[in-house]
Design a protein around this ligand. Sequence first.
Ligand SMILES: N[C@@H](CCC(=O)N[C@@H](CS)C(=O)NCC(=O)O)C(=O)O
Length: 216
Amino acid sequence: MALRLYSYWRSSAAYRIRLALNLKDLDYETVGVSLLPGRSEHRQEAYRARNPQMLVPFLEDGDFGTGQSQAILEYLEEAYPDPPLLPDSREGRAAVRSFCNSICCDIHPLNNLRVQLYLKEEFGISDEQRDVWYAHWIHEGFRSAEQTARAHEAAGPFVFGASVTLAETCLIPQIYNARRFKVSLDEYPALLAVDAHCNGLDAFAKALPESQPDRE
Ligand SMILES: N[C@@H](CCC(=O)N[C@@H](CS)C(=O)NCC(=O)O)C(=O)O
């Protein structure tokens, strides 16, 4: 199999890639890289040799490999354009990318595992304080994401209307994570409607963390 995804079942960044692969109906092999504190396979030499950034996901396609979920999503879009996950128009593509970045650059990095561990180990924050921090950055990002989804709701059922795009590959994993950390999502009915619709589709069900072969 040409496509190989280095992944961790609970990684929302890897979940983005599983969704794109499934939506494009591409077969791939999953290689589990455990992020579990104590195992931390992503920080061991075997993985570091492949990806010096020591983060998952990492995608290999034959001899080519790249990390960073946004680079991987763009690579898949160019290498396997059918079906497209970006709109036809330049303006439409910019809007989808802006939405993706608001999640992947402005929410996710602040709530990442290594940030949580750093806050705990260096500053001694409690689990309750960690949860407040976590929820804060979700709300900061989801308020604008909700506005975007509402603007297109009539054309639904996806964030940008009738077609699934990279927006859902970034949104659905972030909603999954928010639920995992018990963040109330009541303020975001339009995002929840997109989430409910997506989770009824096979490509999304197959990508769920609980369905992954490396689940611990
Ligand atoms: N910007 C990177 C972020 C990747 C990332 O943060 N991955 C997390 C899992 S969701 C990770 O490997 N964390 C390991 C750690 O924090 O030590 C991307 O989009 O791929």
